[in-house]
Structures are given as structure tokens and as C-alpha cells.
Design a protein around this ligand. Sequence first.
Ligand code: 5GP
Length: 215
Amino acid sequence: MTRPFPLVLSAPSGGGKTTVARALLARRDDVGYSVSCTTRPPRAGEVDGEAYHFLTTEAFEAEIAAGGFAEFAQVHGRWYGTRAAELRRVMAGGRHVILDIDVQGAEQIAAAFPDAVLVFLLPPSGETLLARLTGRNTDDRAAILRRMRNALEELRHVTRYHYVVVNDDLEQTIRRVGAILDAEVVRHARHEALDDRLAGLMSDLEQRLRAFAHS
Ligand code: 5GP
């Protein structure tokens, strides 16, 4: 009954958004995931087409020129982008689409899809964020520094998001983002054919009222 919409999840690196997105996908059948494209190299264990579509810079830039991206941005010195066709594929299947993207991408999605829902996950403290970044063991010192600086910059954009969830308890965060989805799904503006449904319900009620009044 509800038109599918994009749900943007942003957070500084190490903020837990990938974990939250995966949990929502595992628990709900009304959401799908948009696999992004990137020019960064795969981390250990990342499979092409699952975590990301890993592209060369040439291929990525050719796709920008061809207008293939719904949004794209440079993050940590690499290209990242969401294919418009990927969004269409998920939403055409009747599912809301989760995008795990940065603040620049979020702004582009908000402009292109005014019905998109923007959620920012805040780390509970700087200490927690640093611990998560250094604990990941997949990035060198320079990369961690870059991600910390980027986190500071991203925090300046938090007020553009509709919802801000402090991610100090993973299970609670997953429940809260799920609750945001549940509430957004029933917004009256998202209901498809609400006028027809209301008209049908009202004429049904009127008939019953007349029949009841004469009984
Ligand atoms: P990572 O390299 O750690 O997977 O992601 C780095 C950052 O890029 C994260 O903030 C992530 O949300 C963001 N990102 C991932 N995919 C996209 C995308 O398609 N578009 C944009 N704008 N950012 C993305």
C-alpha cells in the first residue's frame, strides 16, 4: 500500500551503519539494499557485487559521464556512487531501499527523492569511534587519521537528517531504525491510492448506516 522510498543511513566510518543495515535486511522483507560502486580496493573478505561493485577509476568516471549514478561523491580520496538502476531495481520490487552512503550522497538523494528518509547514526563518544576504527584492523594509521578527520566534517551535517540515533547499544539502534521505517511507512502521503480506499470505505459505511437505520 505504501510507495517504496529510499532510507539513507549515514554515520562516520566505524559508526555501525553497515551492521545496522545488514540486521534490518536480515529481519525485514520490506527492505532491500543498494550495492554501491567504489574505486577503493576491496578489504579482506569483501566480495565484488556484495559489499560493493569494485570499479576502476576509468570505469567509474565513464559511468558518471553516462549519467548512471543517482548520486556520487569522493570519500577518503576515492569515488563512491549509487547506480540509479540499482535503486529502481529494488523499489520496482516493492521494497524500500537502504543506502549506506556519506553526507554528500545523502544530500543528492534528498534532492532527487524528496520522499527519502535520512537517518544519521551518532557514535556515543569520540573514544568509542576511535576504538571502533582502530579495532577494525583493516586500515593503516593514515587511513584511520583520514577517517577521523572525515568524521569531524560529517558531524557538521547532522542537522540536515530527519532522524539522529545515538548508536551506543547495537540492538536498540536496530530496533529504533526499524521503528523509524515502521512510522514512515504509514505516513499518509506515502499511501498509494488512499483517496480511492477512503472513498470505498465511506460508501460502504454509508450503505451500512442506511441499512442499520432502517432495520
Ligand atoms: P567504506 O570504504 O568504509 O566502505 O565507506 C566509506 C564511506 O563511504 C562511508 O561513509 C560510506 O557510507 C560511504 N559510501 C559507501 N557507499 C557510498 C555511495 O554509494 N555513495 C556515497 N556518497 N558514499 C558512499
